[in-house]
Design a protein around this ligand. Structure first.
Ligand code: SF4
Length: 614
């Protein structure tokens, strides 16, 4: 077998039994791998009454057919389960090296079922696998866990993915951290791991990935790298990391402040990518097989927010912990970022939920009585850092925020339109008023408000993919917007199946050739488009099975309120955009389900009974 390793490791935590299952080759052809394959495997295993934090929720780590090869950005993995934050399809990808290590260990994925009686961690060392007691590391942070695991295994070459206190305490937006500082952040996969008493997965691999035609494969890798490095965004990320986008984002009104209510904010300059770069970045770094090298390491040498060498703050983190909270103290954002990573907490949901707490406090939905004495005011850098810690430890008011925005807002009777949440997931730092396509993209994405499932802002910057039906367009141009966003989602679904980083920009021809020379199987662009569409609609059907309807595809009114600044007072015509999207998708407007005809067309007949009955 080429490209794929042909097997999935199965770990039943309740019985401690470890076995392997063959990769289903038909599914590999129909869904590629990564989250596409995961959606097919997990669809049958999860039901409406599956408790996301119960032992019956399976947890699946997957890589793709190109993972661990020299293909650009091929060190990633994805982790999927029913989300404890949203109750629907949960999916989170992460970069670094750990994904490549899993592939080199000889597996296309690891499926965890059940719950261990006591905390454990999984060790994969060459061909050997074992579960070890994790009592000593259970309450350690992710950095301490990494060090302790390597010490116990007497080998610093082990690559580790683990949870911190966030996952241990089942914070609903807990992340899984790998390679020390990379995060599978969104939808609370760390909480699922914690609910299973699974602390970490340590891998030291000896194998490699066999390719169908290594010489041709390498030629295409070089071409794809050369192509992507000509992109403006690749150059910007190489220099400044994703934080480099902050100035541009602000100029376009994409970076909004004060809990999405303010288009202009003086503090943006103080937390920009160049500020971070000039004052704190000490080293540039890269994930496995990546020429973009957007990773930066920072150090804050002194002061109350002193931070030892750690990952820089990404654009999203600067946005949620900075602009949304009106916090212009960059050092406090770097500290919050470090704390989130050590505790294993998603910085997007974490920062946005803290900003929501500030909003609730200002609007008097909560007072010092509910916050247990805390005064939660805009821009209070010390309070922000303190809240991160309280959330991870589920202490005091932090215990309420650990449930995420939606549950906290419902508890204090905040109307739905005042919460920046879709299907339970907090809206990231790309505003639908700045890039109209983001509105229906967020409203219909399969894991809730997601900026990875479609990234229209990237397309409007010139990173179009016309061969996948994603042409360049102006940010306020809504001609054929339903069609374009649906195609963008299908295109990005291919990425999460491969699995590639969204910042890589190989052409369709590159992807097709990489798969051909990697796996020996022909995947022409039309087939890839069909795979993307099939996987996206299967995840949608999964969500329909969980109870999602057309009423859940909404955009909170705050994003339909004009702002001053870079959005120039524009707002998307959301109802029309959504109608056009539904028509193009062939989704039923009355129920929000993919039509039976579409499901048959996509070879998804097996879901018809579940979502349509009969
Ligand atoms: S672009 Fe950045 S995040 Fe993506 S793979 Fe490369 S170094 Fe990692």
């Amino acid at each position: 077998m080429f490209g794929y390793q042909g097997q999935i490791l199965k770990v039943d935590l309740a019985s401690q039994k470890i076995s392997t299952d063959s990769l289903n080759l038909e599914w590999a052809k129909e869904y590629l791998g990564g989250s596409g394959y995961a959606s097919r495997l997990l669809y049958d295993m999860i039901n409406k009454d599956t408790d996301p934090l119960g032992p019956e929720n399976p947890l699946l780590f997957m890589v793709g057919p190109l993972t661990g090869t020299p293909a650009p950005t091929s060190g990633r993995y994805v982790v999927c389960a029913k989300s404890p934050l949203t109750g629907i399809w949960g999916e989170s990808t992460s970069s670094g090296v750990w994904g490549a290590e899993l592939k080199h260990a000889g597996y296309d994925g690891i499926l965890f079922t059940g719950k261990a009686e006591k905390p454990v961690y999984l060790v994969i060392s060459g061909p050997d696998t074992e579960l070890r007691p994790a009592k000593k590391i259970w309450k350690k942070n992710t950095e301490q866990t990494l060090q302790q695991v390597r010490k116990e295994l007497e080998d610093n070459r082990f690559r580790v993915a683990s949870i911190g206190l966030g996952g241990v305490n089942q914070v609903r937006f807990a992340a899984i951290m790998n390679d020390n500082i990379r995060a599978a952040g969104r939808t609370g996969m760390g909480a699922v791991m914690g609910s299973k008493n699974l602390k970490a997965i340590a891998i030291k691999a000896r194998g490699k990935v066999e390719l169908a035609d290594s010489l041709e494969f390498l030629k295409v890798c070089n071409e794809a790298n050369e192509h992507q490095m000509k992109k403006f965004t690749s150059k910007m990320f190489k220099e400044l990391g994703t934080a480099g986008y902050l100035d541009t984002g602000y100029a376009f009104g994409d970076l909004v402040s004060k809990y999405y209510s303010q288009g202009e904010w003086d503090g943006a300059q103080k937390i920009s990518g160049s500020e971070q770069h000039d004052r704190y970045v000490i080293k540039h770094d890269a994930c496995f097989s990546c020429a973009i090298r957007c990773r930066k390491l920072i150090e804050v040498k002194e002061g109350k927010f002193k931070t030892p060498v750690h990952e820089c703050a990404e654009y999203e983190t600067l946005g949620t912990f900075g602009a949304l909270t009106l916090n212009d103290n960059l050092e406090s954002i770097l500290k919050s970022n470090e704390l989130c990573n050590l505790h294993g907490i998603d910085t997007i949901t974490g920062g946005s939920t803290i900003a929501f707490a500030m909003y609730m406090y200002e609007k008097e939905y909560i007072t010092k009585v509910e916050t247990e004495g805390l005064e939660i005011k805009w821009g209070d850098a010390d309070m922000i850092v303190q809240l991160v810690d309280l959330i991870a430890k589920r202490k005091g008011f932090g215990n309420i925020l650990a449930e995420g925005t939606l549950r906290a807002g419902e508890k204090f009777k905040v109307p739905r339109d005042e919460m920046a949440v879709i299907k339970g997931l907090e809206i990231p730092m790309h505003d639908p008023r700045a890039f109209f396509g983001m509105g229906i993209g967020y409203a219909t994405a399969t894991r809730g408000a997601c900026h990875m499932a479609q990234d229209d802002y990237e397309v409007c910057y010139g990173n179009a993919a016309p061969e996948f039906g994603v042409p360049f367009h102006e940010r306020f141009d809504d001609n054929k917007i339903g069609e374009i966003i649906a195609n963008e989602q299908d295109f990005r679904t291919i990425y999460s199946s491969l699995i590639f980083c969204n910042f890589a920009h190989p052409t369709g021809e590159h992807i097709s050739k990489l798969l051909k020379y990697g796996t020996g199987i022909d995947f022409p662009i039309e087939t890839l488009r069909l795979i993307g569409k099939r996987s996206f609609n299967l995840k949608r059907a999964f969500n329909n099975k969980m109870g999602i309807t057309n009423e859940d595809d909404y955009l909170p009114k705050m994003f339909l309120t004009p702002l001053e600044g870079g959005t120039e007072g524009n707002v998307p015509d959301f109802p029309r955009h959504l109608k056009e999207y539904y028509q193009y998708r062939k989704w039923d407007e009355a129920t929000g389900r993919p039509t039976k005809e579409l499901l048959k067309e996509l070879n998804l007949e097996f879901v018809i009974k579940d979502i349509w009955g009969g």
